[in-house]
Design a protein around this ligand. Structure first.
Ligand code: ADP
Ligand code: MG
Length: 267
């Protein structure tokens, strides 16, 4: 089992979108895949067209096994959904012993899954920390505005600080994912260059274009694979280069999924 947290303390940077598209891609490829929604907004379920629910409450507060907390969303794809009970979950988890480890322990009942994606809240609260502790990799979607480096730096620092906990292996950086990317503005390209300089070009994944099909697909509870398989956000502007840092020439969730598949060595 490989656990990937999709994290950024900012909202609206495509965390949920990225988590469900990677998850549904791998499910379609035949891997048994789970999405755990740690955000009270419960968007992971609604973006997949299933009802919100108290799956996270059942998992972390009632301590039921994943099999009793998850809902099927597609073949090979289950979701531990979330809803308004998230506030109660947060309160209970923050008062629990070994709270940073609660999700990691809960995942001991998820051994039948090949891949687990953690969709995290836009915060640095206890649920965010428990997600980072439970994960092997962290993927950081970010909008390439002038504050991007700030937000990304915050997450990387939180990951480094996990080293302070005994028995915690901090997650490896899967990459920074520029999202809602607009290739026509110099500012966006300049901010990508700044991130490449600060973190190393190989850490910056091919950007996902801004594309109205993403919002439409979510409003119908469908994935891009189902709703718009040939759109820019799915296959990028051009559909060729394999380079990770191609300055926005390529991208799309298909390209990202192929890169992630190589990184986690399923290919
Ligand atoms: P987060 O989970 O970080 O808050 P979401 O994944 O919910 O972000 O995305 C925020 C909003 O932006 C949603 O309405 C989503 O449909 C939309 N969105 C995400 N990615 C794109 C994209 N590439 N192009 C256009 N809209 C997008
Ligand atoms: Mg979200």
């Amino acid at each position: 089992m490989i656990v990937i947290a999709v994290a950024n303390q900012k909202g609206g940077v495509a965390k949920t979108t990225s988590a469900i598209h990677l998850a549904s891609y791998f499910a379609e490829q035949g891997y048994k895949t789970l999405v755990i929604d740690l955000d009270a907004q419960g968007h992971a379920a609604s973006a997949l067209g299933i009802s919100k629910g108290n799956g996270l409450f059942r998992l972390l507060v009632e301590k039921r096994p994943v099999g009793e907390a998850a809902t099927p969303a597609r073949p090979n794809l289950d979701v531990v959904a979330n809803d308004h009970t998230a506030e109660l979950v947060k309160e209970r988890v923050s008062r629990a012993n070994f709270r940073e480890f609660l999700l990691a322990s809960a995942l001991e009942t998820a051994a039948s899954y090949d891949l687990v994606f953690l969709d995290t809240p836009p915060s640095t609260d206890v649920l965010h920390i428990t997600a980072l502790v439970a994960s092997d990799y962290v993927l950081i979607p970010a909008i390439m505005d002038f504050l991007a480096l700030d937000g990304v730096g915050g997450i990387l620092q939180a990951v480094r600080e996990l080293g302070m906990f005994p028995n915690v292996q901090p997650p490896r950086l899967l990459g920074i994912l520029p999202t809602l990317f607009d290739r026509t503005t110099n500012e966006t390209l300049e901010n990508i260059r700044r991130l490449q300089q600060a973190l190393g070009a190989e850490q910056i994944l091919p950007p996902i274009p801004r594309d109205t099909k993403v919002r439409e697909a979510a409003s119908f509870g469908k994935t891009l694979w189902e709703y718009a398989p040939a759109s820019a956000a799915t296959i990028g502007y051009t559909n060729g280069s394999k380079s990770r840092n191609s300055q926005g020439k390529t991208g799309g969730y298909l390209h990202l999924a192929e890169i992630v598949a190589e990184l986690i060595a399923f290919k």
